[in-house]
Structure formats: C-alpha cells, structure tokens
Design a protein around this ligand. Structure first.
Ligand code: SAM
Length: 229
C-alpha cells in the first residue's frame, strides 16, 4: 500500500488549553440533539439481530471499510463485533468482504453517525466488553477541538458504555488529549507509542508504511465515575 502519507500538521503542539473545561461541561450537561432517523433505524435493526442471539459486544467505532471489524471478530469469536461508520462507500467494501466464504459470522457492519450510535446504545442499556476507536479523524486545527471525540458532547455516552477501551492514532496530541479527557472523567489511562506487529486497519498499514509514530491509549471504563450526558 502507499507509503507516502503525511504526518498530522498542526499549530497545536500540546493538549488544547480549553480541553478540560470542555470535557467537564459535556460530562455535566445533557446533550439533547435528536439522533438522525437513519441512525435510529440502523440501530433498531442491529438491536433486533443481537437480541435474537445475545453475545458479549465489541464495538469498532469509525470502522471505515470494516477490515478491522473482521479481524476483531476473529480475535473475539465469542462476541458480536460491531463496526460502525457513516461512509456508505467504505461500508460497501466491508459488506463485500463479509459476503466472502470464510468471513467471520459474528461481524456486523452498521451505517450510522457515531455520536447517535453511542447515545442509542447507552439509552438501550448496553454494556460493551471492548471498544476500539482506530484512527479517528484528528481535526488538527485548534478551532476544531469540539470535533475530536474526547471533546464532543457524545463522549459521555461512549464512556458510559464501559468495557476496555483502546484508541489508536498517529497524532500524539490527540492521544494525550484523549487520556487527559479520561482523567477529567475520573478514569485512569495509559498512553504509549507502539509498533503494530501486523496492521489492524488500512490506515494503520498506511501510516506504519509511511514511518509515522503511532500512539495507543488504553483504559478500563467504569461507569460509576462518569456523569450522565
Ligand atoms: C481515518 S478513517 C479510519 C478508518 C479505520 N478505522 C481505519 O483505521 O482504517 C476515520 C473513519 O471514521 C469515520 N467517521 C468519521 N466521523 C464519523 C461519524 N461522525 N460517524 C461515523 N463515522 C465517522 C469515517 O467515515 C472514516 O471511515
């Protein structure tokens, strides 16, 4: 694959000065924007499928083509592994891979807005065994802070879903901010540089081949420490 991907460029070289205040505000405030109808429809269909054959749940949030969802489904064979993305084109590639012989039968791909999905899952009382956020869009301009997931109003719902959380990214500032946001929520997190043994996602493969430093944040979520949002 291509090995010429640019590293994230930003005038922001450290966690945003307004990060902690922004996270606190979101954790303390109800976010009332109604979910999109297509997200509700997709979630209801998924929920029916899962309730028909309950298993522990693993979420691959922002799964892109779903390559990581399929791999995670092999690694967590006793779980439903749910890949969620808003891109119909990327998910179509995943659906083709899912339809091939030998594809894991416990992988599910869903087209939805992630912010809606986290809230709908929380409202449905779901608890996750694991959550992966693999290479989310970095939104590197300082003015884009609110678009980063840890500074988004949906962060409270993500945290409330629980489980082991793993974020991977190629911008250290994002990893440090994510860990700081978890700290604001009362959750201990570990940030480390890592070299993937075998790339889990297409973006990871591209970034690793381009020589980028990769960062990983791990945390065990505990809903007792998270304010309802
Ligand atoms: C940089 S790509 C990473 C894809 C994949 N995880 C990988 O590592 O190859 C980010 C993905 O997040 C998805 N995404 C961004 N914002 C989203 C949102 N609000 N709801 C759902 N998916 C979103 C994009 O469509 C894209 O597929």
């Amino acid at each position: 694959m291509y090995a010429n991907s640019r590293t994230v460029a930003s005038v922001q070289q450290a966690p945003h000065p307004r990060l902690a205040a922004s996270v606190r505000r979101h954790l303390e405030t109800d976010w009332r924007r109604p979910p999109a109808a297509h997200s509700v429809q997709a979630f209801d269909a998924l929920r029916a499928c899962i309730e028909a054959a309950p298993r522990p749940l693993v979420l691959d949030a922002g799964c892109g083509t779903g390559a990581s969802t399929l791999r995670l489904a092999e690694l967590h064979a006793d779980c439903w592994v749910i890949g969620v993305d808003k891109s119909a084109a990327r998910l179509a590639a995943g659906a083709r891979a899912l339809a091939t012989a030998g594809a894991p039968r416990n992988a599910l791909l869903v087209r939805a807005e992630l912010a809606d999905f986290w809230r709908l899952a929380h409202a449905a009382g779901w608890r996750l065994r694991r959550q992966y956020l693999l290479y989310p869009n970095p939104w590197p301009k300082p003015a884009q802070l609110a678009r980063r997931w840890h500074a988004h109003p949906a962060f409270a719902a993500l945290l409330a879903l629980g489980g082991m959380l793993e974020l991977r990214c190629n911008w250290r500032v994002y990893a440090d901010e994510f860990a700081r946001a978890l700290d604001v929520a009362g959750i201990a997190a570990n940030v480390e540089a890592f070299v993937p043994a075998g790339p889990l996602t297409p973006f990871e493969r591209k970034y690793a081949a381009s020589g980028h430093a990769l960062w990983r944040v791990g945390a065990r979520l505990d809903t007792n420490t998270v304010a309802e949002g």
